[in-house]
Design a protein around this ligand. Structure first.
Ligand SMILES: [Zn+2]
Length: 419
């Protein structure tokens, strides 16, 4: 790219998607021809379905061809990019990041991109302009539809395409999650209705498209930079621990929780911080052990991780450390706090959430939530009555008024829920 200083400075408004793509290439060295994102983008130009070789048994060539035909019938700019998502990969295991990178590498423009989701067996969708075909909810709805639960990836992707084509993803999502939300259902856990009618924001979205793209690209690059700089806190749980935990089944999660409890114990004994900090870490370690011993399922095992995070925060001595993500503690440590109002409730809470959930809420989407069971039915864990669940009562650390999870466990708040 030219660095001629005499070259006139372009105004941001004159930036097109292609010059943005150039900027992105220039900003990330080595992102030229062979970057993973570019490779997928190139493949998607030839065919609307790209399947990573490692997933060829999940979606075989005949199934790929069927999906291609189905997409062509819709006459929509739908693309399917199936690549395994693992923490620490080119997109940090984040489907949204994968979608953004591939979309940029394809030169931008209107598009709908279906990928694997954050959770095992889930699918996700992103679209540009945002929400034009309710694609995000279409893909999310499929994750909750029982009739395709075990039908295999091609069937579930075909179902998502069907909903996107019908353009009623919001309604399908609402229907599919009605069970989870109880009588008062909303498509969005922010409790806010989607913006209606006014053409003004949509017009703005088109007019400011290139600017927004630029902002999004900047965010992406800043986020990358931040991720690279994240090694500074020696006691923080590595992100890879959460990625592994999230994709594990209950037995696997228990195993990982056990390992992390042992590790916290060792590091606490070796720590030379202030006696008060070491004592808090020991309390968290003991409480994590108590919860682990009695854990009845994934919500309790997630609580073990929340206690480990509390112990590690004590050892790090960092003031004001945030707890794990309120919506799904296995997303890992929260990035910041934000106001949030639970369904059917008046009061607004301040909860700590991870970047992905913050973004979901900002764009009025439902963040992925940790599911618990009540009377045999799956419900978001925070909708279990507080007296029946320490995790609903505390939001895994988000809703503690000054005390700690360890204190709550010590005083019997957890064991009281075991009936
Ligand atoms: Zn989260």
């Amino acid at each position: 790219m030219s660095t001629d200083p005499r070259r006139p400075v372009r105004t941001a408004l004159a930036l097109t998607a292609s010059s943005l793509a150039l900027l992105l290439c220039a900003a990330s060295p080595g992102a030229a021809a062979e970057s993973p994102g570019q490779k997928i983008a190139n493949a998607l130009r030839a065919s609307p379905v790209y399947v990573d070789p490692s997933l060829a048994t999940a979606v075989d060539p005949a199934q790929q061809r069927k999906l291609v035909d189905r997409i062509r019938q819709t006459r929509l700019p739908i693309r399917v990019a199936l690549v395994p998502l693992v923490e620490g990969d080119s997109w940090d295991g984040d489907p949204q990041q994968l979608a953004e990178v591939v979309h940029d590498r394809m030169g931008g423009g209107p598009a709908i991109l279906i990928t694997l989701g954050t959770y095992r067996d889930d699918i996700a969708a992103e679209e540009w302009p945002d929400d034009a075909h309710q694609a995000w909810h279409a893909a999310a709805a499929v994750s909750f539809q029982d009739d395709v639960k075990d039908a295999g990836l091609p069937r579930r992707i075909a179902r998502a395409i069907e909903i996107i084509e019908a353009g009623n993803g919001d309604a399908e999502y609402k229907k599919a999650t009605a069970d989870l939300n109880g009588p008062a259902t909303h498509a969005s856990p922010t409790g806010k209705p989607k913006p209606s009618g006014s053409a003004f924001p949509r017009f703005l979205a088109f007019a400011l498209g290139p600017l927004l793209l630029l902002a999004a690209a900047g965010m992406l690059l800043r986020r990358r930079a931040r991720l690279r700089g994240e090694v500074a806190t020696p006691f923080a749980l590595p992100r890879s621990v959460f990625a592994a935990a999230r994709s594990a089944d209950e037995a696997g999660l228990r195993e990982r929780a056990t390992e992390e409890v042992v590790r916290l114990g060792e590091e606490t004994r070796a720590a030379d911080g202030s006696p008060a900090a070491v004592e808090r870490a020991l309390d968290a370690y003991a409480a994590a052990g108590t919860v682990l011993d009695h854990a009845r399922g994934i919500p309790d095992l997630a609580g073990v991780f929340a206690l480990i995070a509390e112990g590690r925060a004590a050892l790090s001595g960092a003031p004001g450390a945030l707890p794990l993500c309120f919506f799904h503690p296995l997303h890992g440590p929260a990035a910041r706090r934000l106001p949030w109002r639970p369904l059917g409730r008046r009061e607004q809470l301040r909860v700590a959430a991870c970047e992905t959930c913050i973004r979901a809420i900002r764009t009025r989407r439902a963040p992925e939530v940790l599911i618990d069971r009540r009377d045999g039915r799956p419900v978001p864990y925070f909708e279990v009555p507080a007296e029946e669940s320490l995790w609903a009562a505390t939001g895994y650390g988000s809703l503690l008024g000054g005390d700690s999870l360890a204190t709550r466990v010590q005083r019997g708040d957890f064991t009281r829920t075991l009936t």
